[in-house]
Design a protein around this ligand. Structure first.
Ligand SMILES: Cc1cc2nc3c(=O)[nH]c(=O)nc-3n(C[C@H](O)[C@H](O)[C@H](O)COP(=O)(O)OP(=O)(O)OC[C@H]3O[C@@H](n4cnc5c(N)ncnc54)[C@H](O)[C@@H]3O)c2cc1C
Length: 374
């Protein structure tokens, strides 16, 4: 794979002149992930960041949209333009109906070889991780996976792709200096979705590809959307109630679900509870799970390890409920409640149930509420 360079604060890298052949690569591309004609929100998050990076580099932002029908592709194209793309490259073919590595990789590699973008961004989802790795391998370029931050090193015009490393205890910034395009996948939920400008116009380029269905080894027998939807709901929920090993038994998640329902939110959890089979894998939050950015995150019986923290630090407010006053989560929670969740959560549920309109009332800053522990 490509040669990368880790950047440290103290190091002064020599300015490396880009191979003239690579200097002709220009522009930032975002691959728009879609299933059943619905784009994954991470695509819009990436377009927002691409616009920001493009301003520094003074280049255009392009979206790449694949699909089996012109109608579905046009709908996503309009969305991509509204979220900041200047240009959209479309490929429409029946073989691109459901995601399969072979045809998607061939189409994306062919487009990159023809139009030469300097940066290619994809979501760090199961689908796009698969695509990104096979595309990077065929293009013989560098890919930084699972990034939490993307910026530009102005001196070298290089993408600075930052990701957790050493089990999440450090962040490292990786630059692909001698290969193009520079590729990165970014975690869903870490970058904000920009405000859409419906009706925004741009250039649409329709590409024809020769795709031979007979040569594609994988056949899609059926499409099961539920895990994707669960993951998406967790990433976009305004309130998330997370449970950890402190819940002691899987049955106690019912309390968290009741609280989440009253607040119009979703339930997530730590890796140990997922590994213990108390919660579905799609609901794991953290370094090896989902990154979330709710307005309120309520962490119940969670110690607050760094691997969990990286998944929740974009939350607007973190409320921690833990019986140990020295739990690390209290170092970064906005509100800390020291106590047994078996007393605190039922008390919260009682208060919320008493309220006519619990969701609205809880958000009203001028109406604090009291909870009575029994
Ligand atoms: C490579 C790697 C990747 C990882 N990825 C992830 C990841 O994506 N997500 C993740 O979460 N973890 C991840 N981990 C695991 C992580 O390091 C921690 O072990 C994990 O987050 C701890 O989970 P926990 O808080 O549920 O459990 P614990 O650390 O055991 O904490 C339980 C907490 O519950 C409290 N408690 C106990 N009883 C009560 C009670 N009655 N009321 C209130 N509080 C109570 C305790 O005081 C304690 O603080 C990863 C680890 C590695 C090595």
């Amino acid at each position: 794979m490509a040669e990368g360079a880790e950047k440290t604060k103290s190091s002064k890298r020599k300015k490396i002149a880009l191979d003239p052949k690579l200097a002709e690569y220009r522009g930032i591309w975002v691959f728009i992930e879609q299933e059943e004609g619905i784009a994954h929100p991470v695509s819009w998050e990436l377009l927002g960041r691409a616009r920001y990076l493009a301003t520094t580099l003074e280049v255009e932002v392009a979206a790449v949209v694949f699909g089996e029908s012109q109608e579905k592709v046009e709908k996503i194209t309009a969305e991509a333009l509204s979220y900041g793309a200047d240009k959209v490259y479309q490929v429409v073919d029946p073989a691109l109906c459901d995601y399969r590595s072979d045809p998607y990789t061939d189409c994306l590699v062919n487009l990159v070889r023809k139009y030469k973008p300097e940066i290619l961004l994809l979501g760090a989802t199961a689908l796009s991780r698969d695509l990104a790795s096979s595309v990077a391998t065929l293009l013989e370029t560098g890919l930084t996976a699972d990034c939490t931050e993307l910026s530009i090193d102005v001196e070298s015009r290089s993408l600075e792709a930052t990701r957790p490393t050493f089990g999440g205890s450090l962040l490292c910034t990786i630059l692909t200096l001698n290969y193009r395009p520079q590729m990165a996948t970014a975690r869903p939920g870490v970058l904000p979705i920009p405000t859409a400008e419906p009706g925004r116009k741009g250039i649409v380029i329709r590409e024809q590809m020769q795709i031979d269905e007979e040569k594609i080894l994988t056949k899609v027998l059926s499409f099961i959307p539920e895990p994707y939807k669960t993951a998406e709901k967790l990433s976009t929920a305004e309130v998330v109630v997370g449970g950890g090993r402190g819940l002691k038994q899987p049955g106690h998640f019912a309390l968290l679900r009741e609280l989440a329902d009253l607040l119009g939110g979703e339930v997530g959890g730590t890796r140990p509870v997922v590994q213990a089979g108390w919660l579905e894998a799609e609901r794991q939050i953290g370094q090896t799970g989902k990154t979330i950015r709710p307005k309120i995150y309520i962490a119940v019986g969670i110690s607050g390890a760094i691997q969990h923290r990286v998944g929740i630090e974009k939350a607007g407010m973190i409320v921690a409920i833990n019986s140990d006053p020295n739990a690390p989560i209290f170092d970064y929670a906005d509100i800390g409640i020291v106590g047994d969740f078996l007393e605190i959560i039922p008390a919260l549920i009682r208060v919320l149930k008493k309220r006519q309109s619990p969701k609205t009332e809880l958000h009203a800053k001028d109406k604090p509420f009291e909870i009575e522990l029994k």
